[in-house]
Design a protein around this ligand. Sequence first.
Ligand code: AMP
Ligand code: GLY
Length: 420
Amino acid sequence: MLGSGGRECAIAWKLNQSPRLGQLFIAPGNAGMAQYGTLLPVKPMDFEAVGQAALAHGIDMVVVGSEDPLVAGIVDYFKGDERLRHILMVGPSAAGAQLEGSKDFAKGFMQRHGIPTAQYLSVTRHNVEQGVRFLESLEAPYVLKADGLAAGKGVLIIDDLDEARNELRAMLDGKFGRSSATVVIEQYLRGIECSVFVVTDGRDYRLLPEAKDYKRIGEGDTGLNTGGMGSVSPVSFADEAFMDKVRRRIIEPTIAGLRAEALPYCGFIFFGLMNVGGDPLVIEYNVRMGDPETESVMPRLQSDLVDLLEAAATGHIGDVEVSIDPRYAVTVMMVSGGYPGTYAKGKVITGLDQVEDSLVFHAGTALDGDGRLVTNGGRVLAVTSYGDTQLEALERSFGSVQRIGFDGSYYRRDIGFDLA
Ligand code: AMP
Ligand code: GLY
């Protein structure tokens, strides 16, 4: 398992439950993940070191948690080395990972395959005037996206047309470095978002539970964007009729499109969707699971994750059944005071042994010199609970959050409140 956040912690927790798991190695992991496997001090972007660790430990399968190594070609690196070629890779090739690595590519792909998405225009230094005219043809607010990966910061939503014109130029001039040498201008979609996840072998797929995440720091979805303050699964509006549209209009044409364009793909696809009056449109593709959605999704997956991922990596996803826990799972993220601005690290975390009703997935945690568990990031712990209703699950998570302490901790109390 490659990665070190709450998402990877939830995946490691789930892998660890498989009777088929021999040994789990996690690179680099965090303090909480040590309970599910052996941590290795290897950076996921250092492909040579990852390859060497895989050989040294006789690893059979690599699960890549985040997008960076996939977009940079870690799967191609393994497939291109005869000593590593036999290792099963859960994740797309660099070509497939363009679905996330380039917004311009993703929009073109959707257009080629008739997949519903917002109207758009891709702009570079060579067609700025056309870009400005396209902006002027749209209604506010204006959506500007850096084409490449920008650590979640490359999307601007701007109310004022003048400001949008200026930002377009600033982005093309390098506001997000090379990532914004191309800018995608999009029509703004009004609706409610949800995240849909599949595991695919490139031909067929299995649906995982859908989820909704809460990105803003403040209650009522106000304030700055964060890496995610909580999530719920299932999502009330993602009923059978909606999910049927998602399958037919979005998931199936996407997988068929990957095949038609010979883009090697196995692993997770994350469809960031907007529900516009009952119709799903794609806001974005991601080539990995969502964080913090995974912390609500993995607890609802009853099937063996090793079986599922092995089937994806070997082209047999059609042979596996996926069963889902019907209960709600609600995740509340405990963050460091000040996040997403500046915040302190190294605050001692207490009370985890008092938590009875919830799962606690570690995100930014570490052990200090004295072996104490301390905060080591903005997002610190993801606290997930089950319930027969969403409210019951939420209240259990709050009960647990209140038993956990660290100096300056903050969390949102309205996770899921916008859903019936
Ligand atoms: P992205 O990185 O493409 O997911 O964009 C980040 C966030 O910006 C999304 O989760 C949405 O909340 C918002 N967003 C992106 N594109 C649009 C759009 N076309 N219309 C409305 N909101 C959008
Ligand atoms: N929760 C959104 C993401 O992982 O990108």
